[in-house]
Design a protein around this ligand. Structure first.
Ligand code: UDP
Length: 471
């Protein structure tokens, strides 16, 4: 433990979205459970308000602060308007963060010695350099999708991008090193489907990824046994890459040393009654369905999924966020709604990690967000993947094609296919066996002596050795 007066003060700054908050918060919990570090966690004011009421009693050792995201309160901050959020963070939040960090590095109690910044916001790195505070970059996506982002300039040079109109999306791509013959056009990050390579989303992921690799240390929420080969590709371009995930599993592995400080940091109110409903279901019988915090689907897609799941005859627990449908209420045809309610349960938001660990759950129909994927891997639950955007297209390919822990149904939303795939997922022993074996590898990685455990210890040592530069 550090001496008094030399205690590190880490400021953690996530991109203001649920998946980013969740993984970076686990890191905060690990620091306060295992070290004497002071930890400040910086949320957007908008999210701070949404979280505040439910988090108050839990703020024991992490100091929560808020900074504006620069958008008006009424802005939806939804996936289709995500560029507004990026633009506003850069234009309005960045200068405020600069002043905040200057102040905290001089007069913080104790002064901030290190920032762990969400690497999708490269301005955090820039400001750390300006102010003289070391920044560790944390990219919350998988290594495989980060590597695909990194390869975008090569895809453009090879004229794979932009994808020509009418191209065969099953054609494989050869210029993502280490993934030759694996990635099809449809498996590239969703931004790669843009017809115009000057598209702001495509430009943004390229630029931010270029900056990410410049960081002195890059943290990834993954583990060697899962993504070692891809990590080695990234290491050719980065100074230090630390694979310390899955962070929620690393935290869980601390056992009684680390009682979870924050049972919930959800932006939506968790409906815990679904756990009681799961208790009433047979072991290994229920399909859990959730598309994460950002995905938006159409009413037609909702109906197709619902027919498919109902026709599979499997009981289900389905998360339908109030904003899952684009500007519409999630209403099903009357007859279908009656059938669905007899067979399953709908909630607005679930305690997902607990749901995935419930013995009644047999499979997960997911959008392949990276946190959801890791949570499913750790719980040993096979996945049926229907990716929505960004990194999810790559993750879902790896789930089926590399890790063998599920099925990839991307780009198809048809009731007959859904029914067939749900049955294939839950009735076949193959993906279930692979998922159980993967859960074991997760445990090995996060237990003492495991790769993520060791990397996390080294990260702690790195942080202890850092001192803010003279201001
Ligand atoms: N989540 C949850 N309850 C729900 C749905 C999702 O707690 O009903 C959590 C889930 O456990 C995960 C996060 O929300 O940690 C979603 O992150 P992910 O990276 O999977 O997807 P995103 O929301 O970023 O698309």
């Amino acid at each position: 433990m550090g001496e008094s007066g030399a205690v590190p003060h880490v400021l953690i700054f996530p991109f203001p979205a649920q998946g980013h908050i969740n993984s970076m918060l686990k890191l905060a919990e690990l620091f306060v459970s295992l070290t004497n570090f002071h930890v400040t966690f910086l949320n957007s004011e908008h999210n701070h308000k949404r979280l505040g009421l439910r988090a108050d009693s839990l703020l024991e050792r992490v100091h929560f602060e808020a900074i504006t995201d620069g958008l008006p309160e009424c802005h939806p901050r939804s996936a289709d308007r995500i560029m507004d959020l990026f633009d506003s963070l850069k234009a309005r939040t960045k200068p405020i963060f600069r002043e905040m960090l200057r102040e905290k590095a001089k007069r913080g109690e104790p002064p901030v010695t290190c920032v762990i910044g969400d690497a999708i916001l490269s301005f955090i790195l820039e400001i750390g350099e300006e102010v003289g505070v070391p920044v560790i970059a944390f990219r919350t996506v998988s290594a495989c999708s980060l590597w695909a982002y990194f390869s975008i300039p090569w895809l453009i040079d090879a004229r794979v991008l932009p994808i020509p109109e009418g191209a065969d999306m099953d054609q494989t791509v050869t210029c993502v090193p280490g993934m030759e013959g694996l990635l099809r056009l449809r498996d590239l990050p969703s931004f790669c489907r843009e017809r115009d390579i000057s598209n702001p989303g495509l430009q943004l992921v390229q630029n931010e990824t270029r900056h990410t690799v410049k960081a002195r240390t890059l943290i990834l929420n993954t583990f060697e046994a899962l993504e070692g080969q891809t990590l080695n590709q990234i290491r050719k371009h980065c100074k230090t890459v630390r694979a310390i995930g899955p962070l929620h599993a690393l935290l869980r592995a601390q056992g009684p040393k680390a009682p979870p400080l924050f049972p919930s940091m959800s932006l939506w109110l968790e409906d815990r009654s679904c756990l009681t409903w799961l208790d009433s279901q047979a072991p290994g019988s229920v399909l859990y369905v959730s598309f994460g915090s950002y995905t938006v689907i159409s009413r037609r897609q909702l109906t197709e999924f619902c027919y498919g799941i109902v026709n599979s005859g499997k009981p289900f627990l389905w998360v339908i966020r109030p904003d899952l449908l684009d500007g519409e209420e999630a209403v099903l045809p009357e007859e279908l709604a009656l059938q669905a309610e007899a067979q399953g349960r709908f909630v607005k938001w679930a305690p997902q990690e607990e749901v995935l660990h419930h013995p009644a759950v047999v499979g997960f129909l997911t959008h392949s967000g990276w946190n959801s994927t890791l949570e499913s891997l750790e719980a040993g639950v096979p996945m049926l993947c229907w990716s929505f955007f960004a990194d999810q297209q790559v993750n879902s390919r790896f789930v089926e094609g590399v890790w063998g822990v599920g099925l990839d149904m991307k780009d198809v939303c048809d009731r007959v296919v859904v029914e067939h795939k749900v049955r294939e997922l839950v009735e076949n022993e193959g993906p279930r066996r692979a998922a159980r074996a993967m859960a074991e590898r997760v445990r090995e990685s996060v237990n003492p002596g495991g790769s993520s455990f060791m990397e996390f210890e080294e990260l702690i040592d790195d942080i202890r050795s850092m001192r803010a530069c003279t201001l």
